[in-house]
Design a binder for this molecule. Structure first.
Ligand code: FAD
Length: 423
């Protein structure tokens, strides 16, 4: 089956769907290709946090102090499969080069316009998709178990303050009053007040699929295998045929690097895998009203629909399709049981997804350097649910030759196509 379109979007997660919707809004004939399996999308199973303050990448100056624990797999927030390491050497080199205060500050500056536009873009999208009741601006908490852990995050607070990101510092009693569901006596917490969250991100994704189809977008169920240039544009091969189009948007999350490779683009990217499990709250517990990052456990607990609690693990650096390793999520669930009054688990096995990660914590958004008509929109790492909708609007700007509404120079693809610079 051969079809034609103005533009093909590869990938139907938060980023791809937002691109498809924004491109339909510009009147383009859009085909979106995705295998269509809801749980295979990282956008399905995340914590749903939409935070203006998510401007500080994982590759932080604190990395050097944590490196010995990271290398021993002794830090709860990060687990490395050593057998996978040779495959991510370029990513690791960039990651280490980014772990300096100057780079951290530069990334924060570049990300702020994107994260500042994220919540308004979610509000617009939710209103159209009919999911506004799932989006709530309750703030989110970063909780510290000790005064020393809180003190170690001083640079983070300094950078957030410099950029006018609003937060309040709570002591043990203040936190208990703000979030009575938490039973662990944290020493301190930071409440990021401008933050919202999506309860049940998977429902938002389903609603976006319906919105895209309702706008006249065409969905092709299946994986894209190959793409190549031909007279007048591109041809995209999927499982049941091909699509010809003038432009392509590559928004396939953690699969994007592999899809771009045959075109000669070797991106320094990696899959940061993460897991979740759901629990009921004990009937006697007050409800949890906002997501909480337990910095001591390296994991997040987030309220979802039907009073369920989603426990989410930290980062596992491993091959995208490797067998699941439940070490981190099991530890995260044990820790969560000391943080909340949890009832029994609600699902049989943990969910697994892969954050499409770049080593400098910034997405890849922009035109392909060597191919006309090819746009990249991937690598959103830890902030793809939140910044997906605004990325869609930016991509629609670029595809219709308008200036992007958010500056994207820092997100240019070519920064991850060469070895890192050390200055
Ligand atoms: C545990 C965890 C917690 C997180 N918490 C948050 C959070 O609180 N806030 C936040 O903003 N972000 C969070 N994230 C990150 C966020 O989920 C991701 O950044 C985001 O989902 C990426 O969206 P995406 O559309 O790029 O990728 P995905 O949602 O993975 O979508 C990519 C799509 O491309 C498809 N695809 C792959 N290969 C092909 C192919 N060959 N052809 C066609 N389609 C293909 C896939 O099947 C998939 O449907 C979290 C992630 C994890 C793992």
């Amino acid at each position: 089956m051969d079809e034609t379109a103005d533009i093909v979007v590869i990938g139907g997660g938060m980023v791809g769907l937002a691109c498809g919707i924004a491109l339909r809004d510009r009147g383009l004939d859009v085909v979106l290709c995705d295998p269509g399996e809801a749980r295979a999308r990282t956008s399905y199973g995340n914590a749903g946090v939409v935070s203006r303050g998510s401007i500080l990448p994982m590759s932080s100056p604190a990395l050097w102090g944590k490196l010995p624990a990271y290398l021993r797999n002794a830090d709860r927030g990060l687990r490395l499969n050593y057998a996978h390491l040779p495959r991510i050497i370029p990513y690791t080199a960039h990651f280490l080069a980014s772990a300096r205060a100057s780079r951290w500050r530069r990334a924060a500056e570049a990300l702020l316009p994107l994260t500042s536009a994220a919540y308004p873009a979610h509000e617009r999208l939710a209103a159209r998709a009919g999911t506004s009741e799932r989006l709530q601006r309750t703030g989110w908490l970063k909780a510290y178990r000790t005064e020393a852990a809180f003190a170690a995050a001083a640079l983070e607070r300094e950078i957030l303050s410099e950029h006018g990101v609003a937060f309040e510092i709570l002591d043990t009693a203040g936190l208990r009053e703000t979030e009575p569901a938490l039973v662990r006596p944290y020493a301190r917490a930071m409440l990021l007040t401008e933050t919202g969250s999506v309860r049940e991100p998977g429902r938002l994704i389903e609603a976006c699929e319906a919105l895209f189809s309702g706008l006249g977008g065409r969905r092709l169920r299946g994986s894209v295998g190959r793409l190549w240039q031909e007279a007048g544009g591109w041809r995209v091969a999927h499982e049941a045929g091909t699509v010809r189009a003038r432009q392509i948007v590559l928004a396939a999350g953690a699969a994007s690097g592999a899809i771009a490779r045959p075109l000669g683009y070797r991106f320094a990217v990696a899959a940061e895998r993460g897991y979740h499990r759901h629990y009921a709250l004990h009937p006697g517990s007050p409800p949890l009203t906002r997501p909480v990052l337990d910095t001591g456990a390296g994991s997040i607990i987030a309220p979802m629909g039907d009073h369920r609690i989603r426990v989410l693990s930290g980062v596992e650096l491993n091959a995208r399709h490797a067998a699941p390793d439940h070490t981190q999520i099991e530890a995260a669930c044990r820790e969560a049981a000391g943080t909340l009054r949890l009832g029994g688990p609600l699902d049989n096995a943990p969910w697994l997804g892969a954050r499409p990660s770049t080593p400098d914590g910034m997405p890849v958004i922009g035109r392909a350097p060597r191919h006309e008509g090819l746009l990249f929109a991937f690598g959103h790492g830890h902030i793809g649910l939140s910044t997906g909708p605004i990325t869609g609007e930016i991509v629609a700007d670029l595809a219709t030759d308008r200036p992007p509404r958010v500056p994207v120079a820092a997100f240019a693809p070519d920064r991850l196509l060469r070895w890192p610079r050390l200055v």
